[in-house]
Design a protein around this ligand. Structure first.
Ligand code: GN1
Ligand code: MG
Length: 368
């Protein structure tokens, strides 16, 4: 296995010979490695793209290259310093301008490793304010990207589509697990109509799709040694979506008092301090381009993402764990229960969230 990875890295336009290649990070989808080179030269990140999930690797890489070069141009125009730490840099395949390599079986890419940068799985209010600003800025910098991006996973955050997959999993009950967990599926189905609001608004022409990150998990941001956000990573899912994706998915991961897969549900809930700090940061950079319908439905977005994630984890559980990597047999069920608990807590906090957003808008001189 290790020897193969050295062969793969040798396909890319890197002068140094790697010294070590070892696993990096905690992604649930791709396989990621850190490629260390001797001395002071650049280190790299090698990734195997999960092409069973991202079936259009060509389109996905085209999205990523368009986004990173657009962000780089903007940073240059702003006169930003340290740009190589603020946007990802992909290394082309030797003697070509291809950004990925296909070895006959797997797709690979290499990017510069960002030195002195840290990711966190948990976040405090100070960092989450920066995170809000960062994702708001990310969306706003991409508002004028001069090309059409593809949906690297079609219908990725389409709630109606996720429910369709869920209903099919119930009918098929492939792993024979449904009988023991009917209360979970009933609980999820009860909320189905309300949760499809975004798709209805879009059909009515009231909700636009914009370029979003679509996987704004806390650990997809890199911070510098002073706790300032450097850049956003994990760009596979950058695609047209509703802004709810980035707002909602950050809160789902960053404002949970417990873990995404916490087996102790008493630990799981919405942390209102994180919610407030993130929302304040997000509105400070995004309110210029958001429409009233988008702003008004931010609390809905906070509920939508734990709900959608519960539906996705539970669908995978019913299908026999074919999508998410699992660490133990009931992992997807434990994840589902934790997401439902988070959703309940978001629902309880709905009035407080609405009030806070209204107060923020008032201080920015806007109404909703
Ligand atoms: C996956 O790769 P990772 O772990 O950042 C998933 C997200 C889920 C997340 C749940 C392509 O993200 O949509 O929210 O797991 N990515 C894909 O932890 O399905
Ligand atoms: Mg990730």
């Amino acid at each position: 296995m290790t020897a193969d990875l050295y062969d793969i890295v040798a396909q890319f336009a890197i002068d140094d010979v790697p010294q070590t290649i070892s696993p990096l990070g905690e992604g649930l989808i791709n396989d990621t490695y850190i490629v260390r080179t001797p001395g002071d030269s650049h280190d790299y990140v090698l990734q195997r793209i999960n092409h069973h999930i991202f079936t259009d690797v060509e389109g996905l890489q085209r999205n990523i290259m368009a986004v990173t070069s657009h962000l780089r141009r903007k940073l240059e125009a702003e006169g930003a310093d340290d740009i190589d730490r603020k946007v990802l840099t992909f290394v082309p395949v030797k003697n070509s301008n291809r950004s990925y390599y296909f070895d006959g079986e797997n797709y690979w890419r290499v990017m510069l490793f960002i030195p002195r940068a840290y990711t966190y799985n948990e976040i405090n209010p100070r960092y989450s304010r920066f995170a809000g600003e960062t994702f708001g800025r990310f969306q706003s910098m991409l508002v004028d990207i001069p090309c059409q991006l593809t949906e690297s996973i079609p219908d990725f955050h389409n709630m109606e589509f996720r429910l369709q997959q869920f209903r099919q999993a119930i009918v098929e009950d492939k792993a024979g697990r449904l009988d023991g967990v009917r209360e979970v599926s009933d609980d999820l189905l009860r909320r189905a109509d309300d949760m499809c609001l975004a798709e209805r608004l879009h059909r009515e022409g009231k909700l636009p799709k914009r370029i979003c990150h679509c996987d704004t998990k806390v650990n997809n941001m890199m911070f510098d040694e002073d706790g300032k956000v450097l850049c956003v990573i994990d760009l596979d899912t950058v695609m047209p979506s509703y802004i709810f994706s980035d707002y909602g998915d950050f809160l789902r991961t960053g404002a949970n008092t417990g873990a995404e897969d916490d087996p102790d549900l008493s630990r799981v809930g919405l942390d209102m301090d994180i919610f407030k700090a993130f929302t304040e940061g997000y509105l400070s950079t995004a309110s210029q381009f958001l429409t009233p319908v988008e702003v008004e439905n931010l609390p809905y977005a906070a509920a939508l993402f734990p709900y959608m994630q519960a539906v996705r984890f539970f669908t995978d559980y019913l299908n026999g764990d074919t999508y998410y990597k699992i660490a133990y047999p009931d992992h997807n069920l434990v994840r589902t229960r934790a997401q439902v608990k988070l959703l309940q807590s978001v629902e309880e906090n709905m009035p407080a969230m609405k009030q806070f957003i209204a107060s923020q808008l008032a201080s920015l001189g806007k109404t909703c």
